[in-house]
Design a protein around this ligand. Sequence first.
Ligand code: NAP
Length: 248
Amino acid sequence: MFTLEGKVSLVTGASRGIGKAIAMELAKAGSDVALNYHAHREPAEAVAAEIHKLGRKALVYQADVSKPEENDEMVARIKKDFGVVQIVVNNAGITRDKSFTKMDRQMWHDVLNVNLTGPAMIIHRLIGPMIESGWGRIVNITSIVGQMGNFGQANYAAAKGGLMALTKTLAREFARKNVTVNAVAPGFIETDMTAAVPEASLDVVRQMTPMGRLGRPEEVAAAVVFLASPEASFITGEILGVNGGMYM
Ligand code: NAP
């Protein structure tokens, strides 16, 4: 439906789960894709191989998005391999859950560094050439938890809430440059991240979700492709919920 032919996308955390689905859907829409991963090279390579079968270019880049020097190296390599990145999807994310009184400083910093500072640094490094190219799309993957809060996730909720505030601010700053900045806020989606949640808690989630189920990564990816598309040209600073009606 939407065409991204001739575009280059970077998806962080593209080896698994939602990031993998986003990378695949962007490629199906015609984009070449730079795939970032942190620890799991093999699944990232497998995603690249699937994208090659679609006739698109895909290469993998190891980097911890919370580390400035690793981001610098990754961005330099992507520039050499692909040229200007016009679509950035900040998807990489982690959880380190504990009730607030038991949450230590390290758990706080790890989650803030990967989920909030990482996306800000990636955008900072890529925005110049994107603006110069005259067209750009930034899509940040936030969370329903940043909108509602969630027991045991003070660090994650603060990071994702901050990511939404960052999205709206950068949307204002880049609006006249033909670069839109939006966020997708998934509800609970079937990935490794939710596989770690006890089944009893997932039952509560299902009960709280009008659609009565968890979402699929592809359902998040479809929202990303829409926001990345030329057709979404007058949408910026938006937080698009993909949550089965859990938060509205
Ligand atoms: P996931 O299955 O745990 O996958 C996480 C991905 O992020 C992997 O590709 C991982 O790479 C990468 N990653 C982790 N730390 C990284 C780092 N420091 N630098 C670079 N990459 C890193 O997660 P998911 O469920 O697909 O979640 C994807 C995004 O959606 C996250 O931002 C998450 O907060 C958000 N989200 C998820 C849900 C949900 O219910 N699943 C709901 C709302 C929002 P490796 O494979 O190399 O480790």
